[in-house]
Design a binder for this molecule. Structure first.
Ligand code: SF4
Length: 473
């Protein structure tokens, strides 16, 4: 049995941030090479702290869904997942045994050598006659973000430029950057060929690919003519970012295979995980409430809906039949705000999901990530709480300043944020005698302050937090 975990950054504010990871998880799930494909996030749920608990097997391959090495792949993810590793990840990855699971942590997908093929495919999409006989010389610009914070982050752009130089398809290949030298605005001096294909080495379509790059290069669309450039007239063909190409799913599978995630017999079923889900399914088969939802068995299927929608005819609710549909239905609150913390009491109403027994666990995972595993562990006295001081001490970068928060400041923020949350703060020594496993729907443990709370404490310490801001999401 094997589990694949894809790690994304996620966002407390932007509901679309996790989209790319969702899509790749679905593509890989369809291949059936792993028994499960689970997503985890820095700023959403399941969090990096929870995600390993949500995996069903003892053989786990973890792939950071990042375009380059850097602060998140080398510092934040290994630290939050408890991998006992900091700094550059070796090419063979990092393997650890954690809580009885063999966990293999790989390099981010963006540094895999086959990314050169993805760049080439993007270039071909932008300029279909690329490499055809009789066509004018063409230059390739591989465009990276670049940063002064981590010297590894630009290396992958240079390496790919070098690989593509050897294909012989291009008269010249340049690596340019948004945030470091050589900067993208230099392209008219650096690039001589009359045709120029620009491929953004970015994870997703966004502010940089849609605004910053076109602005810095003077582009007006997918094809832009520059009749008066220093080296003569040039035409720029602007490709889509590499990170959204469907081929990334292949790159991820290759990475997983190289980490030996698809070789051998894999691991065993995780015992505590299996027990938790078996207990949960037994309750679900009888009908239950958990958090803000109710689960009703119906002719061998399960209907899930908001408990406040009880009694509303099914035809008056938007019906969805897949865990992904349910996830998308409940991703925003009624005011249209993204819900990074699923246990905040702001689940939208007006939907119902009709799901098979096989799909119910994944649907629950989408509705309330990790609560089955953590709720059951708490009931079994096996859930360890992490006090605020430990969480604060771990923080680095812009969040390091939460270490300066006074207990009163933390409490003020928690009163505001956590009072709107179903979870009970074990990390602040609150007691939870029962859980939803004992029939108390809203009794869900919070073993550790979530990143949303950490971010709000940071705002408080910075004096930027207006009262009541925690209720908005
Ligand atoms: Fe909920 Fe507060 Fe725990 Fe975050 S820290 S999950 S808001 S109880």
């Amino acid at each position: 049995m094997r589990s694949l975990v894809l790690i994304g950054h996620g966002s407390h504010l932007n509901g679309e941030s996790a989209g790319a990871v969702y899509r790749y998880a679905e593509l890989i799930r369809e291949r059936g090479l792993f028994d499960e494909v689970v997503e985890g996030y820095w700023k959403e749920e399941p969090s990096l702290r929870q995600v390993l608990k949500t995996t069903a097997s003892t053989d786990v391959t973890v792939i950071p869904m990042f375009i380059s090495e850097g602060y998140f792949t080398e510092t934040v993810i290994p630290r939050e997942m408890g991998l006992g590793h900091q700094g550059p990840v070796p090419p063979e990855g990092v393997a650890r045994v954690l809580g009885g699971k063999t966990v293999r942590y790989t390099l981010p997908y963006g540094v895999h050598s086959s990314m050169a093929d993805v760049i080439l495919e993007r270039a071909r999409e932008a300029l279909p006659d690329l490499g055809d006989e009789g066509t004018p010389p063409t230059a390739l610009v591989v465009l990276g973000h670049g940063t002064t914070r981590n010297e590894n982050s630009n290396r992958v752009v240079y390496e790919n430029a070098e690989r593509l130089r050897h294909t012989g398809l291009f008269a010249e290949v340049e690596a340019l950057f948004l945030d470091e030298e050589p900067k993208v605005g230099l392209w008219p001096e650096r690039v001589h060929a009359p045709r120029v294909v620009v491929v953004p080495f970015f994870a997703s379509e966004g502010w940089h690919t849609l605004e910053t790059i076109p602005e810095d290069m003077g582009l007006t669309g997918a094809v832009t003519e520059f009749p008066e450039n220093p080296h003569g007239p040039q035409t720029v063909y602007y490709a889509r970012p590499v990170g959204t190409h469907a081929r990334i799913a292949e790159v991820i599978l290759q990475l997983a295979e190289e980490a030996r995630g698809t070789g051998g017999r894999g691991g065993d079923e995780d015992r505590l995980h299996a027990q938790a889900w078996s207990a949960f399914m037994t309750m679900a088969r009888r009908g239950m409430r958990v958090g803000e939802v109710m689960i009703t068995p119906q002719l061998g299927m399960f209907e899930v809906r908001h408990a406040l929608d009880e009694g509303i005819p099914g035809g008056d609710l938007t019906t969805t039949v897949t865990p992904e549909g349910l996830r998308d239905q409940t991703r925003r609150d009624e005011g249209g705000h993204h819900r990074p913390v699923h246990t905040l009491r702001n689940m939208p109403r007006g939907w119902r999901a009709v799901l098979s027994e096989a799909d119910l666990p994944r649907a629950m995972h989408a509705l309330y990530p990790a609560i089955v595993e953590e709720g059951y562990a708490h009931q079994q006295h096996a859930l360890r709480a992490t006090p605020w001081a430990t969480t604060a001490r771990r923080q680095t970068g812009i969040y390091a300043k939460v270490q300066k928060a006074t207990p009163q400041q933390v409490e003020n923020v928690a009163e505001d944020v956590c009072s709107g949350c179903l979870r009970t703060r074990l990390w602040a020594s609150e007691q939870l005698a029962h859980t939803f496993f004992d029939g108390v729907p809203g009794a869900i443990p919070c073993a550790e302050a979530c990143t949303y709370l950490v971010a709000e404490v940071r705002e408080e310490v910075s004096g930027k937090r207006g009262s009541g801001s925690g209720h908005s999401h």
